[in-house]
Ligand binder design. Structure first.
Ligand code: EPU
Length: 418
């Protein structure tokens, strides 16, 4: 089990390069299954979730060359419909293989996926979606068997604005016969990036960035070269780290036009000054963080659940009280127990709500992360805290943050792997 040792308080300075988006790269890799020939993906983050997905696809027959942040992936010889259950159980994103494998081979046999411990993560929306497409689904010994010999465009309404349900729907519809209208579609920047990638391959998707997508099926898609959108969640994580430690840093390689407005809006409400340019963001040294009163998470265009926990650390340093209302996942407040050990004045009210009253000094402690975003959150808390913190189960953080230790070291943080 990996640990991180951090000595705070940190004063960060300098520049940090933001990586490509994990949650865009994962569905885009899955979408390459819809083509034969070599796709070249640039700005792919070098993180364990990507390696885990690539291992599954490679076992299905893909030829892969991943070097630096460039991924060459040739799926000409994919012949299997049975992603390895042992690998599928490692990551939630393996459900993204259902749509493309069904579109390519008309059937797929897949086990329930794994993923971060952030509460109950049902699959009912995904099943409902494929049933609306006319697929038959049968479960046998923990394996779900999907069959759909004749995929045709449909009018489909999702039950929630689910990210991976939307992505699966789009990947299924692009090669289906006729027109699909997808209502209550998620529109997060990573969903948009997948749609742009598919259109570059020759798909016909309109309504990108809205909650209603229209997809006109095409005969086939062609492989292409594409650069993954920058990761707004990683970017905002560094923005919180800078603001919470009263530091000034500049984020580079970030397409600011793709960042959700709700993120910038919350920083403004917290009195954090940002200098936003086309491809960079400078977080100015903050004087007097203000509490945002209510931090409410919901699908795009609202504040992203993936930033709820990191932003909470800023609120421990803010003047006033913040009500956190995590509407999407009931297991995403577990980090509160850890930051309380460090001195945060925080109370869990119920599985979806907590209150933080600031400002309070934080102190280094032995703490444990249960999920990816909670892990980044604890790193920020440890950068704010006085003294040594030791974070266990830190390997979880490598699932989604490329080179986080090295990036923070280059910004001047005293952080090392234990
Ligand atoms: N939901 C259902 N049934 C389903 C699917 C979802 O009830 O079949 C509910 C969920 O419980 C949740 C809501 O719908 O309350 C939305 O969940 P969604 O399906 O959008 O989540 P996801 O697709 O499983 C993706 C990201 C998550 C991110 C969420 C929300 C990927 C690979 N994962 O998950 O990312 O938190 O969207 O934006 O894109 C992370 O990066 O740390 C992470 C967990």
């Amino acid at each position: 089990m990996a640990t991180l040792v951090i000595n705070g308080p940190a004063r960060l300075s300098g520049k940090v390069k933001i990586s490509g988006s994990k949650n865009a790269a994962l569905p885009i890799i899955a979408a390459t299954i819809l083509t034969k020939g070599k796709n070249v993906l640039k700005n792919v983050p070098n993180i364990t979730d990507i390696h885990d997905l690539l291992e599954i696809v490679e076992k299905l027959g893909a030829k892969i060359n991943f070097s630096g942040n460039t991924l060459e992936i040739d799926n000409t010889s994919i012949n299997g419909n049975d992603p390895d259950p042992n690998l599928v159980r490692n990551i939630r994103a393996s459900i993204l293989l259902i749509g493309p494998l069904l579109a390519r081979n008309n059937k797929v046999n897949i086990s329930a996926p794994g993923g971060c411990f952030i509460g109950n993560r049902p699959l009912d929306d995904i099943f409902d979606l494929f049933e609306q497409f006319g697929a038959e689904i049968r479960e046998e010994k923990d394996i779900y068997h999907f069959t759909a010999p004749h995929l045709e465009g449909k009018e489909i309404t999702l039950r929630h604005m689910s990210v991976t349900a939307t992505e699966n729907a789009v990947m299924t519809a692009v090669l289906a016969k006729g027109k699909t209208v997808l209502r209550l579609a998620a529109c997060e920047p990573h969903v948009q990036d997948l749609c742009r990638f598919l259109n570059k391959m020759g798909a016909r998707i309109s309504g990108i960035g809205t909650n209603e997508l229209t997809i006109t099926g095409v005969e086939n898609l062609k492989p292409c070269e594409y650069s993954i959108v920058s990761d707004e969640i990683e970017a905002a994580t560094y923005m919180v780290a800078a603001a919470a430690t009263s530091s000034e840093i500049t984020l580079e390689n970030i397409e600011t036009s793709t960042v959700e407005y709700s993120i910038f809006s919350k920083f403004r409400e917290a009195n954090v000054e940002l200098e936003i340019k086309k491809n960079s963001i400078t977080v100015k040294k903050s004087y007097g963080i203000k509490s945002v009163k209510k931090l409410w998470t919901a699908p795009c265009p609202h504040f992203p659940t993936d930033l709820q926990a990191p932003f909470a650390i800023l609120m421990t340093q803010a003047n006033g009280s913040t009500l956190i209302h995590e509407t999407m996942f009931e297991g995403r407040l577990n980090y509160i127990k850890e930051i309380k050990k460090m001195g945060a004045n925080a109370t869990i009210l119920d599985p979806h709500r907590a209150v933080i009253i600031g400002p309070t000094p934080l102190f280094g402690k032995r703490i444990t992360t249960l999920d990816l975003r909670a892990g980044a959150t604890l790193i920020i808390a440890a950068l704010v805290a006085k003294g040594e913190s030791v974070i266990s189960q830190a390997e979880i953080i490598d699932r989604g943050y490329e080179g986080i230790v090295e990036k923070l070291q280059s910004l001047g943080a005293d952080i090392k792997r234990g």
